[in-house]
Ligand binder design. Sequence first.
Ligand SMILES: [Ca+2]
Length: 117
Amino acid sequence: LQLLLKFQCQISQSLALFLTGYLIGLLPAPDSFNPKKFFQLCGLTKKSPQEVKNVFNILDNDASGFIEEEELKFFLQRFSPGARVLTDKETKGFLSAADDDSDGKIGAEEFQAMVLS
Ligand SMILES: [Ca+2]
């Protein structure tokens, strides 16, 4: 296993990336993605608010200050390029879980609240 990990590390350049890819590989079938569970699995729930904000900035691809539905769809691919896109159902579920003020997009504070609470 050690050797395998080392090998994977060299390929992916980073163990973190490998582990995330591994987790995504274990993701359940379409329509069963659970964002809260995903954040727990990849250890994001234990990060500082600033680190969570950094992840938010990556997900906010067009730097609009919000994660919109179109960006949310490609959520998994930001973690691992080979991952699938979220289904419409998963995207809407994700959005409604985080969108406290119901404006149809996720702000930085809403994202932090969702991940860290
Ligand atoms: Ca955006």
